[in-house]
Write a protein that binds this ligand. Structure first.
Ligand code: GLU
Length: 266
């Protein structure tokens, strides 16, 4: 090959490389606030199987819960009255990958702000305070996390902080991890485990619907919930925090809280 040909080949390779890097840049490096303002739509990753926070209503095909109503209120604050909140189902395991891939703009899905997760995503200010607990069948000998010895199996959900924390708080117990909360509760009902563990507020939703089950013992961790947003999206993060502060000040937050948690005084 002549020198000139090498030169052209080099330019071609370099241009292809540039083109490829532009495309992969895409979603992750867009300014999300600019985009949602333009499309008038925010896509929220939410739970679809968690009563009180995000649960699919089969009859209406609408997802309902505290996280959903907060997302709708934040959308109106950020985009104005015509802004639309769209919802995509996430599980504890899929939520960060879906955010990173640009399938969703933010996660509002019973998600604890943790050091580990802060390495991957940013979080809004705390919008709900939960704590980890246990759910057992009424009459169970388990009275708290200290009852979980080597003879007990605890059910947890993959990708949750609960699945990690329980190993620390009940190091002798066997842990069985399921894909989501619907599966974990079914496993508890069918006797695959002696207790199920996650946040008290999620377990409360299950116990309310299934009176044969009850919470056992006090909370043994703090689980402050935050809204997760991709890294390097400071504008969108600020917009979410400002909107959150506004709904906390104008009473909207309290109204939503009282609707979903009428028995909790705060
Ligand atoms: N708040 C805990 C967590 O973020 C448990 C609830 C959940 O799995 O979403 O992992």
């Amino acid at each position: 090959m002549k020198l000139k040909q090498y030169f052209y080949l080099g330019i071609l390779t370099f241009s292809l490389f540039l083109l490829a890097s532009c495309q992969t840049k895409g979603i992750a490096e867009q300014n999300i606030l600019d985009r949602v303002e333009e499309t008038q739509k925010i896509v929220w990753g939410v739970k679809n199987d968690t009563r009180l926070f995000g649960l699919m209503n089969i009859a209406t095909r609408e997802v309902e819960g505290f996280d959903i109503d907060i997302a709708k209120a934040l959308t109106k604050e950020i985009l104005g009255p015509d802004g639309k909140a769209a919802f995509v189902e996430v599980t504890s395991k899929t939520r960060i990958p879906l955010l990173k891939n640009g399938n969703i703009d933010a996660i509002i899905a019973t998600m604890t702000i943790s050091e580990e997760r802060l390495k991957q995503v940013d979080f809004s200010n705390i919008y709900f305070a939960a704590g980890q607990s246990l759910l057992v069948k009424k009459g169970s000998s388990i009275t708290g996390v200290e009852s979980l010895d080597e003879t007990k199996t605890v059910l947890a959900v993959k990708g949750s902080t609960s699945a990690l924390n329980i190993r620390e708080h009940a190091p002798k117990a066997k842990i069985l991890e399921l894909e989501n909360y619907a599966e974990a509760f079914t496993a508890l009902q069918s006797g695959q485990g002696d207790a199920m563990t996650t946040d008290n507020a999620i377990l409360l939703g299950m116990a309310e619907e299934n009176p044969a089950y009850t919470l056992a013992g006090d909370i043994f961790t703090d689980e402050p919930y935050g809204i997760a947003i991709n890294k390097n999206q400071q504008d969108f993060l600020n917009a979410v925090n400002t909107a959150l502060a506004t709904i906390q000040e104008n009473g909207t937050y309290q109204e939503i809280f009282n609707f979903w948690f009428p028995s909790v005084n705060n």
